[in-house]
Design a binder for this molecule. Sequence first.
Ligand SMILES: Cc1cc2nc3c(=O)[nH]c(=O)nc-3n(C[C@H](O)[C@H](O)[C@H](O)COP(=O)(O)OP(=O)(O)OC[C@H]3O[C@@H](n4cnc5c(N)ncnc54)[C@H](O)[C@@H]3O)c2cc1C
Length: 397
Amino acid sequence: MSEQPARICILGGGFGGLYTALRLSQLPWEPLQKPEMVLVDQSDRFLFSPFLYELLTGELQTWEIAPPYEELLQNTGVRFCQGAVSGIDIDQRRVHLHDGPEISYDRLVLGLGGETPLDIVPGATSYAYPFRAIADAYRLEERLRLLEESDADKIRVAIVGAGYSGVELACKLADRLGERGRFRLIEVSDQILRTSPDFNREAATKALEARGVFIDLETKVESIAQDSISLEYKNQVDTIPVDLVIWTVGTRVSPVVRNLPVKQNQRGQISTTSTLQVHDHPEIFALGDLADCLDAEGQQVPATAQAAFQQADYAAWNIWASLTNRPLLPFHYQFLGEMMALGIDSATLTGLGVKLEGPLAYVARRLAYLYRLPTLDHKLKVGFNWLARPIIEALSE
Ligand SMILES: Cc1cc2nc3c(=O)[nH]c(=O)nc-3n(C[C@H](O)[C@H](O)[C@H](O)COP(=O)(O)OP(=O)(O)OC[C@H]3O[C@@H](n4cnc5c(N)ncnc54)[C@H](O)[C@@H]3O)c2cc1C
């Protein structure tokens, strides 16, 4: 009697999960050892989130930044299953989906990412717009279009959080709305981009100033209503009229992850070993935003796409090693730098000994991300479109 192949179940098709699946499919499996691989995601598309802003400015289109999994996984041997994970029974090694089949596994990859917490400030759940998923971008686009079509003289936008997302959104939307836009960027700490290299922070400060974005530092959001936001600064609360509030602050893990009986940190992230395995459950690998990982040198791995992407290589390799009786490799995180879009046609980047800002940084960021897009096929399609689009637009003028 032949043995059943092992089943690897990958939950979440983001920077951690999708790239693990793609890498697993490229590893040198013996024909008789080749496992069954299943990728589960609630959405039918992967999202390359660093390009999400470009949907709002029309610089990029959905198919470029969010290709369907079916297309990406063609000819890889990985099966895609669209469904929302509702629970994981780690004793029985089974995954439960909402309205879907149960999936049993021999190896499990947890790559479900995080959520934007809106329920920490009164009114935010009802009135603030989060910016994380493709559906968030569509909802925001709809709101912006309504405001643009209205006869209001000015469009007043408050963006909560002056981290990367807040700063990048402020610059892109200020370019989109032009003279009509009135922007406030609200930040609880005493500076924008607290964790960024100085060069990027200074470039971003200049870009925000050039666009007239007003920055409220050391300011806390007290509450949000339909057409206003209340801000606390030095113990005094001011209520300001606004047309749109965008919330970019915080990441927390989903209840499915928080409810798992495994070691977690205070924020609910799952603690892993440096080989990306969950403590006491070597058959489970966790990576990306939901994992709390110290790498082989003991450095804390940040919750970024860059880190999840690097972890994916190790997770795939270690799963392969664990199924083929080879030693596992500890993860080494390498900080490659930081890039940020600063409006249409401008960006800043610091990394690998290079510091750049302006249009050149914009092109470098585009090319670096093109290189990071999943699958050669998709990179070629998008790259060709970037070359052909200006020519087609010029010919049709
Ligand atoms: C607007 C924006 C811009 C960003 N820009 C950058 C950047 O420039 N550089 C950088 O390094 N990082 C950036 N980040 C952060 C980066 O996107 C995350 O760190 C990265 O995506 C984490 O990867 P992940 O695999 O853990 O999660 P994700 O990429 O978020 O993937 C999680 C996947 O799980 C799926 N999922 C979630 N819950 C369920 C469920 N219950 N059932 C089924 N599927 C589920 C989701 O649909 C999603 O596809 C940005 C984030 C945002 C929101």
